[in-house]
Design a protein around this ligand. Structure first.
Ligand code: FPP
Length: 224
């Protein structure tokens, strides 16, 4: 059975779910947040140490302003209401991506990271305004500046995910098969599961089925 330390998820399909069932994309984002809560619980129950969630990409700024504002309001409310409880549950929050949001949200994100920084049960990496290509370019720039040699170890050390093991599993919901500029380096050997269901419809059973399937895969890492 494969050990499982880190699950990464591209939470796709909120908009389509919202339109289909509530005639509003934003209603899909709200429902998507409920799925986030369910999956956090199930990640803890499965004793997984890292959960990385792709919540907003550098490309998502191209969406209508109304939708962007709704998403960030949702996040603000979530953190304001839930961070103390996450902290009590010994959960650490880390933000991947650059914090270029409203001063209020930036502060909330920084404070949430600080408050939970010593926690050890589960680390949630929330990718917000994150893009893998710019993360890689920044890492190369840092290596060049420090006049170090370019090798795998130095590159990994200069990514925002330094000290985080690479994901064992990547799940993408929403019946789309692409990586969308997410963790391109870190996913080199991850087992990838493309799920037909839209993110708000994804549930604990779907998650546990993926975990079970992953545990039985023969992982070779290039060997035979
Ligand atoms: C992709 O679905 C989802 C997003 C861009 C946002 C993810 C946000 C959540 C799951 C809820 C909020 C989470 C937090 C942490 C506040 P899409 O809108 O691209 O769906 P579509 O492909 O159907 O249009």
């Amino acid at each position: 059975m494969n050990p499982l330390k880190h699950v990464a998820i591209i939470m796709d399909g909120n908009g389509r779910w919202g339109i289909k069932y509530k005639n509003s994309r934003n209603a899909g984002h709200k429902a998507g947040l409920n799925t986030v809560e369910k999956i956090i619980k199930e990640t803890i129950r499965n004793k997984i140490s890292y959960l990385t969630l792709f919540a907003f990409s550098t490309e998502n700024w191209k969406r209508p302003k109304k939708e962007i504002n709704y998403l960030f309001n949702l996040l603000e409310n979530f953190l304001s209401n839930r961070i103390s409880d996450l902290h009590k549950q010994n959960i650490k929050l880390k933000i991947l991506g650059s914090k270029k949001f409203s001063p209020k949200l930036n502060k909330l994100l920084i404070n949430s990271e600080k408050k939970t920084s010593k926690n050890t049960k589960l680390q949630i990496n929330l990718a917000l305004n994150y893009g893998s290509k710019s993360e890689l370019i920044d890492a190369f720039k840092k290596i060049k500046k420090s006049k170090s040699i370019i090798n795998e170890k130095n590159l990994s050390k200069n990514l925002q995910t330094k000290n985080i093991p690479d994901p064992d599993i990547l799940i993408r919901t929403g019946n789309t098969k692409r990586l969308s500029n997410f963790l391109l380096w870190q996913l080199a050997y991850s087992e990838i599961f493309f799920e037909r269901k839209l993110w708000p419809a994804f549930n604990e059973n779907d998650y546990n089925k993926i975990i079970k399937d992953y545990k039985n895969i023969k992982r070779n890492f290039g060997k035979i």
